[in-house]
Design a binder for this molecule. Sequence first.
Ligand code: SF4
Ligand code: SF4
Length: 230
Amino acid sequence: MIVGEQKPIAEIIKLLGDARKVLVAGCGTCVTVCFAGGEKEVGILASALRMMSKLEKHPMEVDEVTVQRQCEWEYIDPLKERLKEYDAVLSLACGIGVQAMNERFPDSITLPGLNTTFLGLPEEQGVWEERCQACGDCILGVTGGICPIARCSKQLLNGPCGGSQNGVCEIDPNVPCAWQLIWERAEKLGRIDNLLEIQPPKDWSRSRDGGPRKIVREDLRLGSETVETE
Ligand code: SF4
Ligand code: SF4
């Protein structure tokens, strides 16, 4: 899932500036699951803003809404008429949701209330860890399902480096060495041969380094008559 955390309230207030009527908009998918921007968090933040408005004598009317997914037109389109009432929307969706709102409703400003942080999973209650950097060329098949791009501090494709000591990474004793994990797993699965083959330099053009990415599936586009994938 996409993991995020709420911006500090002081930053949010600064972003809102002179706005007098604000809609706090949550998203019912990833950020609900990571307790950052779902209906509950929208309610808490809206209450905090109302309280601030009273304490600071800064009149601000704050309403709330949560849609199933802020990153898809079909879920945000119903907000179109309503947005005309507001000076600003404060989105608690990830950065994709915030951009979707601004792109779809160019006459309104949607501000980010979250810092979108990473693609990860809940390792335990209240703890989320990064697991993928969407590199565009997945190598989990070689590394036994452990991602060195997201989990090795140097993003090594052939590891570990000399900084791996007692199973932890040199950057922090609380960070497991991803390559130690990869080797242990390969050993357990009898797949060491996979790792003995030197991996060539990664083609980072399929990651962010190649510029903004786009996937086009002609077979899924409206009006398509062929069933082909690109
Ligand atoms: S190898 Fe790339 S796509 Fe696969 S999990 Fe790691 S970052 Fe994500
Ligand atoms: S110690 Fe391990 S995780 Fe840290 S940079 Fe070296 S190989 Fe990567």
